[in-house]
Design a protein around this ligand. Structure first.
Ligand SMILES: *[C@@H]1O[C@H](CO)[C@@H](O)[C@H](O)[C@H]1NC(C)=O
Length: 274
């Protein structure tokens, strides 16, 4: 019997080494992947707010001499009454002309910046250069916030809740009739679930879970969607009356999202056709 040649043994050795190395690298890959997953699972428990830009009224929440911040800066957690290293996550943030509002993951709402129309919701008209919890909403779990030029609107649910009261709308600041957050129904019935709210410069649009829009405020450019323009502050109305200005009845659509510019409004419907 002929012994396998030396080159055969060398070949076998290389082959076995190859297999071991492959197994190593597979294990490493798995560890690597698990490591990644762990990190990405842990990561979202903490988040931070960054601000930059114009700071005339302290809306950046940061100290400085320039009157503006050229580079995005993180707001330290201590500014929100969270000790350093404490878990603080942020759910939503909104900027008005010169004020800022942010929703923390525990459902509390913070505001800071200009307040000449009561847009900070603390009952005063004095601006503030540091964030403070909106006391009036402490019994509520705030889910989202929108800022107009000088007003603010938030969607919240009562913390003490037997499940019967769902997302409601709170408004305050310019043209909203209060320096404190107040519950607002407008043209919707009191138990309408509010899905989204968006503030323009001087108008506000709220979207119900059923896909209906209501709008109030100023309408000098037709931003309330009523089929005409008009001067002065307008009460809330559901956006559907414009139909009478058309030759053909429009398709009924369910709205799923809305956004206001300063003086215009845009919305997304669930389907293009019914
Ligand atoms: C922002 O404005 C506030 C209030 O005027 C001021 O105290 C603060 O130092 C300013 N910060 C910057 C970065 O200019």
């Amino acid at each position: 019997m002929k012994f396998p040649s030396v080159s055969f043994w060398v070949y076998l050795l290389v082959l076995l080494l190859g297999v071991f190395k492959r197994r190593d690298s597979i294990e490493m890959d798995i560890n690597g992947i698990i490591g990644e997953t762990k990190r990405s699972v842990n990561f979202p428990t903490k988040s931070a707010i960054y601000v930059w830009g114009y700071n005339q009224s302290g809306q950046t929440g940061r100290e400085g001499k320039d009157g503006h911040l050229r580079i995005p800066k993180q707001l330290p957690p201590e500014l929100f009454g969270c000790p350093a290293g404490a878990n603080a996550r942020w759910l939503d943030i909104a900027c008005g002309r010169e004020h800022t509002a942010a929703v923390a993951s525990d459902g509390s709402l913070f505001t800071w910046g200009a307040n000449e129309f009561g847009q900070l919701g603390d009952g005063t008209e004095e601006g503030r250069k540091y964030p403070k919890k909106v006391k009036q909403l402490e019994t509520e779990f705030v889910k989202s916030v929108s800022c107009g030029a000088h007003c603010t609107a938030a969607i919240a649910e009562p913390r003490q809740n037997d499940g019967t009261i769902l997302s409601r709308l709170w408004v305050w600041g310019q043209n909203q009739g209060s320096n404190y957050p107040r519950l607002f129904c407008g043209a919707f019935s009191p138990n309408t679930i509010i899905r989204q709210v968006s503030c323009g410069a001087v108008h506000v649009v709220a979207l119900s879970e059923d896909g209906l829009l209501q709008a109030w405020g100023y309408n000098e450019y037709g931003q309330l969607g009523r089929g005409f323009t008009c001067e002065g502050l307008q009460g809330a109305r559901v956006i559907n009356a414009y139909a009478k200005f058309l030759d053909e009845t429009p398709e009924l659509v369910k709205i799923t999202q809305v956004s206001c510019g300063e003086y215009h409004t845009a919305a997304i419907s669930e389907k293009g056709e019914v």
